[in-house]
Design a protein around this ligand. Structure first.
Ligand code: 13P
Length: 254
């Protein structure tokens, strides 16, 4: 069986609202002439852009729209935070949870991420759960243990049924924004390991179905080889997602 390739652009804190609408519109136009029967494209702008982008590209068109984070509560006195209920109402279908930048700069722990995943799933959002080791973890040969702990902690008490709404993204921290991409063999080794962990916990049907994206300096030049690995089911793209032409070229490589 072939899994659909899912290509998502994580825009991070780049673009203004107007520039974001223009970028999403250009990507959406590009999708109209492409065969998407076996792939899915998603843009993940800052929260502030979501409503305007959905207005521009349509809620049920070719282009999925997501958010980069959400709070673990539906509402409350949490100044500056965003509720998964609001994301859903705005029309977002996806939410990234556990990006390494959130883990690193906002001290997000596995316990917190697990609560966020549950809150997002409860609102019907599809979660893109990010995992991946730092350079020092890889150099000290602890990367397999790190990833196992991230899977175990983040997915604690997530049911087999809920796994239908989870995408995993393996993003080695040393490859994010550095131009240093994991080799296809390095990435495949980890993706296969992750699928094995999912198989052990949820069984073969879930493991065979789950989308495991690669993220970290994926570009048009290296996408085809990465995406041709048997366990790499898509990409979570940072820098190259900010140019419609490059993002579309990665979609073409999928
Ligand atoms: P880059 O593609 O810029 O390395 O970013 C990857 C990433 O962090 C996507 O979430």
């Amino acid at each position: 069986m072939t899994r659909k390739k899912i290509i998502a652009g994580n825009w991070k804190m780049f673009t203004t609202v107007s520039a974001g609408v223009a970028l999403a519109t250009e990507i959406n136009m590009g999708l109209q002439t492409r065969d998407l029967s076996n792939k899915k494209a998603i843009v993940i702008p800052p929260y502030t852009h979501i409503h305007a982008i959905i207005n521009a590209v349509g809620a049920n068109g070719n282009l999925g729209v997501g958010a980069q984070n959400c709070h673990q509560q539906k509402e409350g006195a949490y100044t500056g935070e965003i509720s998964p209920v609001t994301l859903k109402e705005m029309g977002a279908s996806y939410v990234i949870i556990g990006h390494s930048e959130r883990r690193q700069y906002f001290n997000e722990t596995e316990e917190l991420l697990n609560a966020k995943i549950k809150a997002a799933l409860a609102e019907g959002l599809t979660v893109i759960y990010c995992i991946g080791e730092t350079l020092s973890q890889r150099e000290s040969d602890t990367h397999f243990a790190v990833i196992e702990a991230q899977i175990k902690g983040g997915l604690e008490d997530i049911s087999t049924e809920e796994m239908n709404n989870i995408i995993l993204a393996y993003e080695p921290v040393w490859a994010i924004g550095t131009g240093k991409v994991a080799s296809p063999a390095q990435a495949q080794e980890i993706h296969q390991f992750i699928r094995g962990l999912i198989n052990a916990k949820y069984g073969n049907a879930v493991a065979k179905n789950i989308c495991i994206q690669y993220g970290g300096s994926m570009k048009p030049e290296n996408a085809a080889e990465l995406l041709s690995q048997p366990d790499i089911d898509g990409g979570l793209i940072g820098g190259a997602a900010l140019k419609a032409e490059q993002f579309l070229a990665i979609i073409d490589a999928a």
